[in-house]
Design a protein around this ligand. Structure first.
Ligand code: ATP
Ligand code: MG
Length: 593
């Protein structure tokens, strides 16, 4: 491990109370952290009547639907074809109750896995909330998965029912149906009548079901969702989540996303990934605000238009999308009215300092990075709205979450690295409510994630003297070169500072002399030629900033870097290809690289 200074590529972005449009919910971080007790979050929620426990759907929908808030818009759905549909809280209550009754009528109940394989259509959201009500397990399957990954997840997740479209079913599921004996029912959202036993019409079932449903007693420890990880480092893992997670969803909505009454929120993540469920469905509803759902895929013009026309106040997106917007190189601020936008957040991959600062220039607001994983169920480390942003840092731990940088001492023990700026593994103290309760069918892997009372995240980070955490890389991606430990993120961020570079992915390539040499794969901005001169210029540029030990020795141009369907650069694939090794599980690879 090497010790580094606070090597910041960009100056901190100060915040002052004069610039606040609304006062953030969290203004005194230290005091809030010191007095924070998870149980007290319950007081801001409702809980089921008569001590019947805690259910996500009750907190997200039913409690708002009763009373004046019932007519407030919960979802504003924007169809790819231009259609707009609004769902009030009371409408959402009725629809989700109908779906809960559908599940019940099919004799599905507590613990039965309800998979949804569909794009961002309203039925997906209704099915998720209905499944929570019925204490069934919601398991989203990303709609762009091919047949094999869909089969894998249906089978490993022990799906009892699948909600999907006819086309998805015929293309991806029908041929495997016999191999899925537990999948008793498939509900097609776009057929009007039942087709055969086990292949039913969603709308028919819904129209025959009552829109009144009394949520049965739900223990906070009852399983609520099954989320597969993104498959960036290997075979996707199934993370088990429970209803208690709602406390994290609520408090991160309050302190990180900083929801205020009347807000319009847009989370661009698909519910096929945990962000699209925890924050694309649950958290905004918990706060009774309006959630935008866009059915269409990324399109820069469309996105800017949505931000402007929907008057989005809080926007949650990802580095891959931000880099794509940066690549286009327009000044959106001059063309769109983004004056309602108050906060921009990003998650999923490291957010390069260049991108944080680009936000300020192009959108009028810096981008707030936050860190979490499928396993943590909700945001754990964040740049809070009231706090200075240090571009390139993930921010500070959520009140109620204890994070540390640790080093392993043998197999059975870790110790905390107290000294600032020393890199080690990022660890969290178990106890936050949305922590995963298991890896599906992999008890041993789950057990091994906990050492000396810490959950080890598999990410490397360092903590500066003020408690800001800095992402270094995935433990698997770390490069050992000539006695140094080099994190790919730092090298990638430096390359991104060069005006010609759109994307960078950095790996360690075995080298007989220095162990591994740093190799960078670079995608250039549109219209820029990949010449030998530019290659040498980039090597020189990186050397000047990083020093020769850390700067890439080799740079290779590619028109696009391989990413998974969650939009993350797959360094393991860059490495496997470089070394001519087997490419491993490719079920989540985005094919149009
Ligand atoms: P798999 O576990 O299957 O390899 P994955 O880790 O990409 O896939 P997710 O749970 O979706 O699956 O992603 C969590 C990981 O994404 C984190 O462990 C971290 O490596 C990365 N990540 C998320 N947010 C950030 C961030 N703000 N900065 C840096 N890395 C981030
Ligand atoms: Mg992971």
């Amino acid at each position: 491990m090497n010790t580094e200074g606070d090597a910041m590529l960009r100056e901190p972005i100060k915040k002052s109370s004069e610039s606040w449009v609304v006062q953030p919910n969290l203004t005194d971080y230290e005091t809030t952290c010191n007095s924070f007790v998870w149980d007290e979050v319950l007081r801001e929620l409702d809980q089921l009547p008569d001590g019947k426990g805690l259910n996500i759907a009750h907190e997200a929908v039913d409690r708002h639907a009763q009373g004046a808030a019932g007519e407030r818009v919960a979802f504003r759905w924007l169809g790819s074809d231009g259609a707009v549909r609004k769902y009030s809280y009371s409408e959402l209550k009725r629809q989700s109750s109908r779906f809960a009754n559908v599940l019940k009528s099919l004799e599905l109940g507590k613990g039965d896995t309800t998979c949804v394989l569909a794009g961002r259509i309203p039925e997906l959201y209704i099915a998720a909330l209905g499944a929570f009500k019925n204490r069934s397990i919601f398991c989203p399957l990303f709609s762009a998965f091919g047949p094999e990954p869909v089969f894998q997840r249906l089978s490993r997740g022990d799906a009892r029912i699948l909600v999907t479209t006819e086309r998805q079913y015929r293309q991806k599921v029908a041929q495997f149906r016999e191999g899925l004996p537990n999948l008793r029912h498939v509900l097609l959202v776009d057929v009007k009548e039942h087709l055969q036993d086990g292949l039913l019409s969603f709308s028919r079932m819904m129209s025959e079901a009552s829109d009144e449903f009394s949520i049965p007693p739900t223990s906070p420890e009852d399983m609520a969702a099954l989320h597969f990880t993104s498959g960036t480092t290997g075979m996707p893992k199934g993370a088990v989540h429970v209803h208690d997670a709602v406390l994290t969803h609520y408090i991160t909505g309050k302190y990180v996303l900083d929801f205020h009454p009347g807000d319009v929120f847009w989370c661009t993540a698909d519910p096929g990934w945990v962000t699209g469920t925890s924050y694309g469905i649950i958290a905004p509803l918990l706060h009774g605000i309006t959630n935008i759902i866009d059915e269409a895929d990324f399109d820069a013009e469309r996105w800017y238009r949505i931000l402007a026309s929907q008057k989005v106040n809080v926007w949650y997106t990802a580095p891959t999308a931000i880099r794509r917007l940066m690549r286009i190189g327009i000044e959106p601020r001059l063309r769109y009215d983004l004056s309602n936008l108050r906060l921009i957040h990003s998650v999923g991959e490291p957010l390069n300092p260049e991108a944080v600062v680009w936000g300020e220039k192009a959108l009028g607001l810096p981008i707030h990075d936050n860190w979490w994983q499928t396993e943590t169920g909700g945001i754990m480390i964040s740049n809070f709205p009231s706090m200075e942003i240090r571009p390139g840092s993930m921010g500070r731990p959520l009140p109620g979450v204890e994070a540390a940088v640790v080093r392993r001492v043998g197999k059975e023990r870790v110790e905390i690295i107290e000294e600032p700026n020393v890199q080690g593994e990022l660890a969290l103290k178990p106890g936050w409510p949305s922590m995963f309760r298991g890896y599906l069918h992999d008890e041993e892997r789950y057990r091994k994630s906990f050492v000396s009372g810490w959950y080890l995240t598999g990410d490397l980070a360092r903590r500066d003297k003020d408690g800001y955490f800095w992402f270094v890389g995935r433990a698997d991606d770390i490069i050992k070169t000539a006695g140094h430990m080099v994190g790919p993120f730092e090298v990638e961020s430096t390359l991104l500072e060069h005006p010609a570079v759109a994307e960078a992915g950095v790996i360690g390539k075995p080298d007989p002399l220095i162990g591994e040499l740093v190799k960078a794969f670079v995608a250039l901005k549109p219209g820029i030629q990949a010449t030998e001169d530019l290659r040498l210029e980039l090597i020189g540029f990186a050397r000047k900033r990083l020093g020769s030990a850390v700067a890439p020795k080799e740079i290779e141009f590619q028109s696009n870097l391989p990413k998974n369907k969650a939009g993350k650069i797959m360094r393991r694939l860059l490495k496997a290809r470089e070394l001519g090794l087997p490419e491993g599980d490719l079920s989540t690879l985005e094919m149009d690289e």
